[in-house]
Design a protein around this ligand. Structure first.
Ligand SMILES: [Fe+2]
Ligand SMILES: [Fe+2]
Length: 188
C-alpha cells in the first residue's frame, strides 16, 4: 500500500501539538513536586503511559520511515541527522524510566521526589528540543522533498496504530486523561 508523505507529515505535526500539550502538563505537575506540593500522580501516570504507547511506539517509528525515504530520494537533503534514530531510542528510555518511577510511587514505594523532578524535567527538555529540531529543520526538508516531486512512498511496513487519546476513539485506559484535557481547555 502506498502513502502520501504530505499526509504523514500533517499527522506528525498534529502529533507534535498533542505531545506539547502532554509535556506542558507533565512540567506543571513536576513543578508542583519541586515546590513541595502534591501533584496529580494518576495524571502523571496516564501521561507517561500515553507517551510510551503512542509517541514512542508509533510517532517516532513513522518519522524514522519518512526520514529513511528522504535519505533514499534526496541524499542531498539528508546530511546531519544520523543521530535521529538514536535520539528516538534515548527518548523512549527516558519515558520508560519516568513511567516506572511514577508507577512505583503510585504503588506506595519510597521514591526520592527530587529524582522524579530531575527525570521529568530532563524528559521535558529533551523531547521539546527534539521536536523543535524536527519542526524547524527536518520536517522542512520533507516539505522540500514533496515540493520537488517525491510524495508517494511504499508503506508496506508502516506503523498504523491510531492515537488512543487524540484519535477517533478514546481507549478505555485514557478516559481520565481526556477528561482532564477537556476540563483544562474549557477553563482556558
Ligand atoms: Fe522524532
Ligand atoms: Fe516528532
Amino acid at each position: 500500500m502506498d502513502k502520501n508523505a504530505a499526509t504523514v507529515l500533517a499527522e506528525l505535526r498534529e502529533d507534535h501539538k498533542n505531545m506539547a500539550l502532554m509535556i506542558n502538563l507533565l512540567e506543571r505537575e513536576s513543578n508542583l513536586i519541586y515546590d513541595g506540593k502534591e501533584p496529580d500522580y494518576e495524571l502523571l501516570h496516564d501521561i507517561m503511559h500515553y507517551m510510551t504507547v503512542y509517541p514512542d511506539a508509533v510517532h517516532h517509528p513513522k518519522e524514522d520511515r519518512l526520514y529513511a525515504e528522504l535519505k533514499a530520494f534526496r541524499p542531498d537533503l539528508s546530511t546531519g541527522f544520523e543521530r535521529i534514530t538514536m535520539d528516538h531510542r534515548h527518548i523512549a528510555e527516558l519515558s520508560i524510566k519516568l513511567r516506572d518511577e511514577i508507577a512505583s510511587i503510585n504503588a506506595g514505594n519510597p521514591v526520592r521526589r527530587n529524582a522524579v523532578v530531575a527525570d521529568a524535567l530532563r524528559y521535558v527538555n529533551t523531547l521539546r528540543g527534539h521536536m523543535q529540531w524536527e519542526e524547524l529543520d527536518l520536517f522542512r526538508r520533507i516539505d522540500e522533498m514533496i515540493r520537488s516531486g517525491h510524495d508517494v512512498f511504499d508503506a508496506a511496513n508502516f506503523v498504523r496504530e491510531v492515537d488512543p487519546v487524540f484519535g477517533p476513539e478514546v481507549e478505555d485506559n485514557f478516559g481520565r486523561l481526556v477528561a482532564t484535557i477537556r476540563k483544562e481547555s474549557a477553563a482556558g
